[in-house]
Ligand binder design. Structure first.
Ligand code: CO8
Length: 257
């Protein structure tokens, strides 16, 4: 029997997708990316789920795209693998994504973490874009997202040398949100997810969109997205509930409407 490439766990409003290809260090083969995109989309439309975590094991988050699948490919064959579509599908996920990273987050694994909104790491996590050592460059956002996250000089060093940085360095460079002992990293990610899941879901999605656009847009365009989303939220029940609860000195009950 073949093992599932990803496993889905649901705990109240938090859905966790566990990458499950341990013998190949969770290498992101086309089949793995397809299973991951399917799982994320499934959780994205699940009404009970408000926040999604992507986790590897304590040894490895993901060691990158599957080198075996790429080794002999021509540019056209690489394109035909269709992996770009899986990445695009992941990018369209509408709920907050948290990467729970321990061990290697290399190449496509680092890019997968960078695709998430928040990164919680264990003290043993390592981040690298080692593609240069294989004669290629990052292809799923590594040169772009990493540069925006940690600045051009540090990103340039990582991309040109292919060398890894530790969780502590990643934290100092503002690449990740938290570094915790390895026994705690998944629980810490789940706690963060639960906290966000308590917040009004529509406002969470609007805020997320505004911050994400802020990374891509000019300040003026980003401010427009913020203003539009800010005003739209005054048409939600949760806005009335949030403000009334404050005035009535009681905890709010958000319904996501
Ligand atoms: N692809 C395929 N197999 C892998 C990969 C990988 N990326 N990483 C590890 N494996 C396999 C190994 O071949 C080995 O398999 P086997 O036991 O059958 O020989 C098994 O996993 C265990 O690996 P190691 O024995 O190497 O384990 P170590 O603990 O000695 O080393 C490392 C761990 C340092 C992580 C090492 O495995 C390594 O360097 N891996 C490759 C890392 C890398 O170069 N990643 C970048 C890949 S390229 C990429 O990600 C480009 C993304 C572009 C996306 C574009 C989409 C449009």
């Amino acid at each position: 029997m073949t093992e599932e490439l990803v496993l889905i766990e649901k705990e109240n409003a938090v859905g966790t997708v566990h990458l499950n290809r341990p013998d190949k260090l969770n290498a992101l083969s086309p089949a793995m990316l397809s299973a991951l995109a399917d799982a994320l989309e499934q959780l994205d439309v699940d009404k009970d789920i408000r926040v999604i975590i992507i986790a590897g094991s304590s040894n490895v988050f993901a060691a990158g795209a599957d080198i075996e699948a790429m080794a002999k490919a021509s540019p056209l064959e690489m394109k035909a693998l269709g992996t770009r579509d899986y990445w695009l599908r992941m990018r369209r996920i509408d709920k907050p994504l948290i990467a729970a990273v321990s061990g290697y987050a290399f190449g496509g694994g680092c890019e997968l973490a960078l695709q998430c909104d928040l990164i919680v790491a264990s003290e043993t996590a390592q981040f690298a874009q080692p593609e240069i050592k294989l004669g290629i460059i990052p292809g799923a956002g590594g040169t772009q997202r990493l540069t925006k996250a940690i600045g051009p000089y540090r990103a340039m060093e990582m991309v040109l040398t292919g060398e890894a940085i530790s969780a502590q360095e990643a934290y100092q460079h503002n690449l990740i949100n938290r570094v915790v002992p390895v026994e705690r990293y998944l629980d810490e990610a789940k706690e963060l997810a639960r906290l966000i899941a308590e917040r009004p879901p529509v406002a969470v999605r609007m805020a997320r969109e505004a911050v994400r656009r802020g990374v891509e847009y000019t300040l003026t365009d980003g401010m427009e997205v913020e203003r539009r989303n800010f005003l739209l939220l005054f048409d939600t029940d949760d806005q009335a509930e949030g403000m009334n609860a404050f005035l009535e000195k009681r905890p709010p009950e958000f319904k996501g409407e």
